[in-house]
Design a protein around this ligand. Structure first.
Ligand code: ZN
Length: 167
């Protein structure tokens, strides 16, 4: 009946969720299932632009026990997330409504991602990290500007007195 078990590479849950709903395979969804979750094009573009500004950072470090920003600057304690417009519900490019058999599940999935983003911001702030979120579309529109936004925060944070606890 078009239902697959066990999920696949790419992190799309293809399984029954706790409410007993199931994802139905659709042609439209299949291209999303194999997507890369790391080293996405916007991430790579932003990294290059930051490197060009002379910034050095670490990749995919786990902070506050469970969150994995795309880039971290350990000294000034700045964490950067590059958020995909679709997955994180960009106000300009996120889907405003979903259609098809999985509509409610997609809506719940994106809402859950956004909730997680809010929790990540709070958890990281609590452990003394400054969080900057950059939309995929910002990077694509003007990577220099996005890089300058990160650069400004890193410099400001690096010069501020830091009484934050270590993670
Ligand atoms: Zn966007």
């Amino acid at each position: 009946m078009g239902v697959e078990e066990g999920g696949r590479r790419g992190g799309i849950p293809v399984r029954a969720d706790s409410a007993g709903s199931v994802w139905v395979s659709t042609e439209r969804g299949s291209h999303l299932r194999g997507r890369r979750v790391r080293d996405t094009k916007p991430e790579v573009m932003l990294r290059s632009a930051l490197h060009a500004l002379g910034l050095r950072f670490r990749l995919n470090r786990i902070l506050a026990g469970r969150y994995r920003p795309d880039l971290t600057f350990p000294g000034p304690r700045v964490a950067v997330f590059v958020d995909g417009c679709f997955w994180h519900g960009c106000p300009r490019h996120g889907a405003s409504r979903f259609r098809g058999p999985n509509a409610a599940l997609w809506e719940a999935k994106i809402a859950a991602n956004k909730d997680r983003d809010v929790r990540a911001n709070a958890a990281l702030a609590e452990t003394g990290w400054r969080v900057v979120r950059v939309w995929e579309c910002e990077v694509k529109a003007d990577v220099q500007q996005a890089a300058c936004r990160v650069d400004a925060l890193v410099r400001r944070a690096g010069s501020a007195p830091d009484g934050a606890p270590a993670d």
